[in-house]
Design a protein around this ligand. Structure first.
Ligand SMILES: [Zn+2]
Length: 668
């Protein structure tokens, strides 16, 4: 009897815990851990076997290890916990990657947390620039909930340089007087549809621009916004996906693709084999005529790694921008609110988009906006019924009880961000009232009602991307200062994990291929530093991904777990699992330094030295390397042979879409 046949019989006889198909053998095995499957019964096993990009078996160490092919790789989990790869239902991949472009002034949390810090950072930076050079900041700044910043504040620190700075929420920008001049915005300027140029009592623009169309009037002139090249955008995607993988995400849903060109760029990246996280794309539009042209222009794609099958609209802004569409306009959070579309217009747009056969998602936070969005979905579905459209509300912070009932009966998905309870709960309390706060994300009730929930981090609108913040927000419902928010709506960890895997998969029609560790699904897995089902959630700040596997390939490895392969003489020997760039030595250095790196398999690799402004200083290598260890020497010179000045530099290694960095110090 062949070993596999024996194994198959053994499985049938012994236990239902092994689902190996008799003929399949594994090329990657994770064993000796706690495998949380998130299957229908929430089974937990010791090990999982993978062949190609699919899961072929889950079960005990004994049964799974017996499935190894001769060349099988093994990950000894050493008792660590594995879950289905996390799926983020609301992410901005290219745009989040762009935030770390060295050409932007970094104003993200924790660099800027108050008005004083904001002005300090902008002023200090402006002094390093030539006159009229742009202060072009990334998204974005946070200030205290009782603070505002306008053009005059910025003018005091940057009289000679135009400033473009987006709030962290992405709902508004603040610019100085020079930037308004360059964009030609004055008291007579009418804001584009769906946006506002905020003006004071004398009709003068305050420098605050609400929502993209108005923001872009200035943004298009600012360095790194209007003039972003395809090459820079590829870099943004690459940086973004490396961040995702590090956080433990194996699929993400980019809910704002700004134009069809960017869909094409994503598709190029995917088709050339560089896309390493599964990507689900939604095309964003601001107004009805745009819907007409985009419906004609957009080419739908649907491959293993990249799908474009959804549309995205916005109905309101956010609390900090005071543009959240609540019935109660006396709330600070809704004082400046306006519907981005009238009900008629919204109905018309949603119906057109619904009739493309794709999914429609609407950004909305306030109760009035949520009701209007549900009405538009109902109109479209009533006039043109079709099975299972899965339309979505994004964020949906303050739904009324009737909104919940309607979402349930219309099968509308809520894709939301529990981390905001942690980060912004205290601010929300100040910007609304007790009645409003009692509506805040009733997750337990929604789950009990059977409303489909999905979780995502919404970076860069959220301070941080790691899924631990969603887990923490959903299971603790406390702000960073410890204030509790409707504790009866707390979830337990298995519920939160299921939403962040199967729930988010469902939100993108991917629940048959991802979201759980089951035979036949994609081998998308995350190995965690802590046992998700058995950890103190107060400690969840320290939760981290140790390894992220997409389609059976180790894409991120923190380097803490042994990865081995059986060699010719039958011994398990350690192998590099991902590209590894070691710290150079000597460091700091003067004459030359040695840079060692490892390749998990034969592939093209590029090693480049950058300065701290992101300028390429020297390309050390761009060639094919074999599997294993390699080394290079950098002589501290740039491309033209000159010695570079003292200071910090970055060595970046890149191979097949994966990046690694190390800082180097030159001392002259
Ligand atoms: Zn968003």
């Amino acid at each position: 009897m062949k070993p596999n046949t024996w194994l198959y019989l053994h499985c049938l006889l012994m236990t239902a815990a092994c689902f190996a198909a008799a003929t399949e053998q594994a090329d990657l095995i994770l064993f000796n851990g706690k495998v949380i499957t998130v299957d229908a019964q929430d089974h937990i096993y010791q090990a999982v076997a993978i062949n190609g990009d699919k899961i072929i078996a889950v079960g005990s160490n004994l049964t799974i290890n017996a499935l190894a092919k001769p060349n099988c790789k093994f990950v000894d989990l050493q008792g660590k916990c594995v879950s289905p790869g996390l799926i983020d239902s609301h992410y901005h991949l290219m745009y989040y990657g762009a935030q770390f472009w060295p050409g932007y002034l970094n104003i993200r949390h924790p660099v800027v947390t108050s008005k004083a810090e904001f002005l300090q950072v902008v002023g200090d930076y402006a002094r390093t620039l030539d006159s009229l050079e742009w202060v072009s900041a990334n998204q974005g700044f946070t200030v205290h909930s009782d603070e505002t910043v306008d053009r005059y504040d910025l003018d005091t620190v940057t009289p000679n340089n135009p400033v473009y700075a987006r709030h962290s929420s992405g709902q508004y920008s603040v610019v100085n007087s020079l930037a308004l001049d360059i964009a030609g915005i004055d008291s007579n300027t009418v804001a584009p549809v769906g946006s506002l140029i905020m003006k004071d009592s004398h009709g003068q623009p305050t420098g605050i621009l609400s929502h993209y169309p108005a923001e872009n009037m200035v943004g298009q002139h600012a360095t790194g916004y209007g003039d972003r090249t395809d090459e820079q955008k590829f870099d943004d995607i690459e940086r973004g996906q490396n961040l995702c993988l590090e956080a433990g995400y194996t699929s993400i849903q980019d809910v704002i693709i700004g134009n069809t060109r960017d869909i094409w760029l994503y598709k190029q990246f995917a088709d050339s084999g560089q896309l390493k996280v599964r990507l689900y794309m939604m095309l964003y539009l601001d107004y009805e005529q745009q819907a007409d042209s985009l419906i004609k222009k957009a080419k739908f794609t649907n491959s293993k790694m990249a799908k474009f099958i959804g549309w995205k609209l916005a109905m309101d802004g956010g609390l900090a921008a005071r543009t959240m569409l609540m019935y109660d306009k006396s709330l600070y959070a809704s004082q400046l609110s306006y519907p981005y579309h009238s009900q008629d217009e919204l109905n018309s747009i949603v119906t057109k988009l619904h009739n493309t056969g794709l999914q429609v998602a609407i950004h909305v936070g306030g109760d009035e906006g949520i009701d209007m969005s549900i009405t538009a979905f109902e109109e479209a579905m009533k006039a043109y019924p079709r099975p299972d459209p899965r339309h979505r509300i994004e964020h949906g912070l303050f739904p009324s009880a009737t909104a919940l009932q309607r979402m349930k009966s219309d099968s509308i998905i809520l894709s939301t961000q529990p981390q905001w309870i942690t980060w912004y709960g205290d601010g929300y309390t100040k910007l609304t009232d007790a009645a409003t706060m009692s509506l805040l994300l009733p997750l337990k009730s929604m789950l009990g009602m059977g409303i489909h929930l999905a979780f995502g981090c919404d970076v860069p609108a959220s301070p941080y991307q790691e899924p631990k913040w969603a887990f923490k927000g959903a299971t603790l419902r406390k702000s960073t200062t410890g204030t509790p928010f409707n504790l009866e709506e707390k979830l337990i960890m298995p519920e939160a994990l299921r939403i962040h895997t199967m729930g988010s998969a469902y939100a993108a029609f991917m629940e048959d291929s991802t979201g759980s560790i089951e035979v036949g699904k994609y081998a998308d897995l995350t190995v965690w530093s802590h046992d998700l089902y058995n950890m103190n959630v107060d400690d969840s700040n320290v939760l981290a991904s140790l390894m992220t596997i997409v389609g059976g390939q180790i894409m991120y490895d923190a380097g803490t777990l042994p990865v081995t392969q059986v060699d010719a003489s039958g011994n398990r020997v350690p192998i590099p699992s991902v590209i590894k760039l070691r710290q150079n030595y000597p460091n700091p250095f003067n004459a030359e330094t040695r840079i060692e790196f490892e390749m998990p398999k034969a592939a093209m690799a590029e090693l480049v030295i950058y300065d701290m402004k992101g300028q390429r200083v020297r390309t050390l290598a761009r060639q094919r390397y074999g599997q294993g260890a390699h080394a290079l020497v950098w002589d501290g010179r740039n491309e033209t042979g000159q010695s570079v000045p003292s200071g910090m530099y970055v060595c970046q290694m890149r191979s097949e879409g994966i990046l690694a960095h190390k800082k180097l110090m030159v001392l002259r």
